[in-house]
Design a protein around this ligand. Sequence first.
Ligand code: ATP
Length: 200
Amino acid sequence: MRLSGRGVRCVRGGREVFAGLDFEANAGEALAVVGPNGSGKTSLLRLIAGVLAPAGGSITLERGDDELTLPEQSHYLGHRDALKPALSVSENLAFWRDFLGGAPSNLAESLATVELDHAARLPAAYLSAGQRRRLSIARLLTVQRPVWLLDEPTNALDTAGQKLFASVMSEHLSRGGLIIAATHTPLGVTSRTLRVGDGL
Ligand SMILES: Nc1ncnc2c1ncn2[C@@H]1O[C@H](COP(=O)(O)OP(=O)(O)OP(=O)(O)O)[C@@H](O)[C@H]1O
């Protein structure tokens, strides 16, 4: 599997954010997208996820599932955790599994991996920032998708959480998954770097 972009151009609010961007990532590889604030890291992830349309160029997934689009084969974790505060931790996870069309899966196992099993019945509104992030990570484990698009994934995670997430990412890569992550800090797994923005 290979995800590549050729001559990708991004325009937001009528202003060009970047143009002529080339990148590629193969199965088992992580690509760390780095650059100054406002350089377009989040925008790039959203272009790949199909939330935004490129103003030029192309983004292609080769040797994926021909029956599915790239967004259907991708997980997009934004830097705002998409949780419903009134639903419990496990209800939030069940919502995402159903919304993403995942096969019946063991939610408890995913919650145990991110060490949230003790909080399964707690309303998401009561979670700390790091716990909310852990619950978002559980989404990656509950529904199997090969392409992970992660926006500053380790934000709010404590040292133990960062270590845990590094092992979750390593496991995904060792199974032939692919990660593209926007980050201002080291990702925690071996990665290549894609720089966006001026002056880098
Ligand atoms: N909805 C929008 N309408 C207009 N401009 C936008 C919109 N969203 C983002 N932008 C602009 O696009 C540019 C790139 O934003 P983006 O969030 O992709 O940057 P980033 O590299 O992820 O930044 P950061 O490191 O601060 O998270 C910024 O100048 C931003 O103001």
